[in-house]
Design a protein. Sequence first.
Lengths: 414, 109
Amino acid sequence: MKRYSAFAVAREALRFHSGWERAWRNPEPKKKYGVIIIGAGGHGLATAYYLGRNFGIKNVAVIEKGWLGGGNTGRNTTIIRSNYLQDPSAAIYEKARGLYETLSQDLNFNVMFSPRGVMMLAQTQHEIRGYQRTAHANALQGVVTEFILPKRVKELCPIINLDGPRYPVLGALWQPRGGTARHDAVAWGYARACSDMGMDIIQKCEVTAVHQKDGKVSGVETTKGTIECDKLGIVVAGHSGVLADMAGFRLPVESVALQALVSEPIKPCMDVVVMANTVHGYMSQSDKGEMVIGGGADGYNNYTQRGSFHHVEETVRALVETFPMISRLKMLRWWGGIVDMTGDRSPILSKTPLENCFINCGWGTGGFKAIPGSGWGMAELMAKGFSPLTDEFSMWRFKEGKFIDESVAAGVAH
Amino acid sequence: MLIFECPYCGIQADETELSPGGEAHLKRHGPGASDEDFEGYLFMRENPKGVHFERWRHSNGCGKWFHAARCTITLEVFGTYKAQTLEPPKKIKDQIAVKRPGWSWRTFS
């Protein structure tokens, strides 16, 4: 792999850009791999990358039904934060946020990590107490956050209306090193690094069955034939239930649509990420100038990657109250993705009833921020059979009642 | 936008009039149940890619719970029926079998 650098740009500029190579190979599948990862989204590619980088396991294939990064990795609102209440969540999300800090250098691919700061508005008395509690928990967990007052909120985000008629801004939980990153670039960067290590990323190849022998996974059936493997990682977000069904077990997961939209591009007006969880909307401004807006998930099972109009209407209606200036903006694009929600709104990174088959799912509405940490932990789990990062996120925690209850902690989905 | 016919008041209600209530026909395991059964009732879900039986409440109407059969791939609604039943009426099952060859009613846990 030729490294990307300022020198490379200059060199290519002088020879009509004839020397750029493909970022990743497009191979046909081999008969057998040591590890197969199903799903070439951010989490799947990150798992493969850290398997190779941290554990030297490079006989890996990443199989993707569509194109890499074409699912939720390319559909989210790119927010990165780690201000969670529960210790296991804070550990894995902060690991991820920390890895994002140097991800561009590690991958030699600019993921445009922008630690512009994330602000979660407190708009009720209940939320003030909740976020103060989270700030204290974060202090103990080593996550840098603070509870700030309305004056400081206005300084950080001048376009905000503090005195909304229904939900005034009473304060905020501020994470200065949270922010955003270019979501496609995260998938592309990991894919390029994986391909460089000799891993095969096989796109347009749908898994149709999981083969097993003596209670152990032995391979997968795909639209490009049978591929054998010693270990299998299922990292497919919305379709986790479908894959689990093929592997012969059930999951405490339901797939629903989550929608987002962007406005027409405008001049820079907002250099932080603002989340308003009481009214359930969040907004940031992309480098192109679009206001990127997301809201809550729809309430019913759905595999269509489109959701209900009235949810978007509710989100925008609430945000207009807090940000009056967006009321005149036109909507440019609007899309949905299928997210996999668990009962406690925390992910599952776990062994499964099928030996040597592992699953990483349940990230629900907030998986993008966790990609590097999730890949790091999942790789350790698959390589060594145990990871301190993922230990609490077992799929059996529901039976044991050991929830990681971010749902109750925040009062909203994460 | 989803539109369901409320089986109680008979009107065509659109989604904004209704509240989704998750998977229907769950067997309600209670005290004395095994851990597996109780976990299954509380957390495990069919989550099918295809025909889904679910509960809805006509919350901005008559306020009653009803059941609906719907496809999670096409969002087609096959029909609605009253909630006081352990499985869908034969008419709806037959209708789904015609539209989705190979589909059959399974015993949900």
